[in-house]
Design a protein around this ligand. Structure first.
Ligand code: PLP
Length: 464
């Protein structure tokens, strides 16, 4: 092997490894058996049968020595734990909201928010749906409506902010249904389902101006808002010299409330929250959290989990952390682009998204090409990825028809601070191997379909 002289200076992760977790290798024949037994659904594999686990970045992060030290300082009081106050301090300082209700994860905050704010017949506009977010809106009697810019649906379009809201579409929805039927506008940045594509600050301000005129609150899904802040710093004029922490605070300042899955940005394995500037909403949420999660000073979490979250937030807004986090995703994505493999462009913040329609053009969407691709990659190398296409999109709540979204993707998701660059090389080479044999690939047929969020537990067999 020979190495060319570099044309640039490299960056490296701002941490070193103190403890390791051995991982097991499997054979091709074993993996073919495991995925068959798992009904061709990577969610149903046992993790010990996985070599490199890129299923999700949710709760799969490596905590720092400081976070682990914080775990030993858990104040497991039923009420008023000091870790709750530390978490309050971290959230209010870095996200800027006035009030905090902790929850055990993001969907619990979505549940409480939806139950309080949505009434039957309401319409909730958002920049593309997220699975759990939309389901909680629907269970509360609302209807989600997509107001993301058209570019978001085109994997080849290289616009820098494909997570933006189309102000024209949002105006149209407000005109059609009336502001009184819109309990809030739901904004996420970056947009997970669009391939981790960010929203610009300018767009967020425009949404805020429009909503203000109609007196409609904005709820931010802040799950990966720090990655969004990093993209604003890198791509939006006027933000180069601002820190990610400053940008995050400005971004949140245009919104009224946020729900958060701390299992993503906040570098923990479990946790979430609802934060708001609205005192009335805070009081209702503080009431309702007792019903579903636990007292408002622990929200379904142990004191030690809240401490790890408080410390994780502080680490997560550091510029060098987020640069390395997104940098690793770019490293993997650029490998694939160099080899001509179809991925969503620009490369997203938390994952590289393979374009399964372009990968397997001979497999119709009704045979779930993205689901099939996750299986083929697993069989090749033991790398676990997940589907973000027709299986995830599910069925229309009213007609029962399957949604066939324009984006039929495989998400190759990187946990934070877990894998090295060498793991990324192995992943890239496995995707290349599968790509080179793409003509032989076959689609899938669904044999078992759960009623809710079917992608988690659906089972498949090979199509004829
Ligand atoms: C993961 C996620 C959620 C749900 O959070 P959980 O902690 O998994 O319940 C909501 N929104 C987005 C954008 C997410 O990625």
């Amino acid at each position: 092997m020979s190495y060319a002289k570099p044309s640039r200076r490299s960056w490296a992760e701002p941490w070193k490894i103190k403890m390791v977790e051995p991982i097991r290798m499997t054979t091709l024949a074993e993996r073919a058996k495991f995925i068959f037994e798992a009904g061709y659904n990577t969610f149903l594999l046992r993790s010990e049968d996985v070599y490199i686990d890129l299923l999700t970045d949710s709760g799969t992060n490596a905590m720092s020595d400081r976070q682990w030290a914080g775990m030993m300082l858990g104040d497991e009081a039923y009420a008023g734990s000091k870790n709750f106050y530390n978490l309050w301090e971290a959230v209010t300082q870095h996200y800027g909201y006035k009030y905090l209700v902790p929850t055990h994860q993001g969907r619990a905050a979505e549940h409480i928010l939806s139950q309080i704010m949505i009434h039957p017949g309401d319409v909730i506009p958002g920049n593309m749906y997220f699975t759990t977010t939309r389901l909680h809106q629907e269970l509360a009697g609302g209807t989600f409506t997509d107001v993301i810019v058209d570019e978001a649906h085109d994997p080849a379009n290289e616009a820098p902010f494909k997570g933006n809201v189309s102000i024209a579409k949002l105006k149209r929805v407000i005109d059609e249904v009336g502001a009184r039927k819109i309990p809030y506008v739901c904004i996420a940045g970056p947009v997970n389902m669009a391939g981790g594509q960010p929203q610009s600050m300018e767009n967020m301000r425009a949404v805020r101006d429009l909503c203000k005129r109609h007196d409609i609150p904005i709820v931010l899904d802040a799950t990966r808002a720090i990655e969004n802040a990093y993209f604003i710093q890198q791509r939006e004029p006027g933000y180069k010299t601002k820190s990610v922490a400053e940008i995050l605070k400005e971004y949140c300042s245009y919104t009224d409330t946020c729900t958060m899955s701390a299992k993503k940005d906040a570098l923990v394995n479990i946790g979430g929250w609802l934060a708001t500037n609205d005192q009335g909403l805070y009081e209702e949420a503080r009431n309702l959290v007792v019903v579903y999660e636990g007292l408002h000073t622990y929200g379904g979490l142990a004191g030690r989990d809240m401490e790890a979250m408080a410390r994780g937030i502080v680490e997560s807004v550091a510029d060098d952390h987020i640069r390395a986090r997104v940098g690793q995703v770019e490293y993997l994505g650029n490998h694939l682009l160099d080899w001509g493999i179809p991925i969503v462009k620009p490369i997203g913040g938390h994952a590289v998204f393979l374009d399964a329609r372009a990968f397997y053009p001979h497999i119709p969407q009704s045979q779930y090409p993205a689901q099939a691709l996750t299986c083929d990659i697993y069989i090749d190398s033991g790398v676990r990825t997940m589907e973000r296409g027709a299986v995830s999109a599910g069925r229309d709540a009213k007609t029962g028809e399957e949604h066939f979204p324009k984006l039929e993707l495989v998400r190759v998701t990187l946990p934070r601070r877990v894998y090295t660059q060498a793991h990324m090389d192995v992943v890239a080479e496995s995707v290349l191997e599968v790509y080179e044999h793409r003509e032989q690939a076959r689609g899938l047929r669904m044999t078992y379909e759960p009623k809710y969020l079917r992608f988690f537990q659906a089972r498949f067999e090979r199509a004829e």
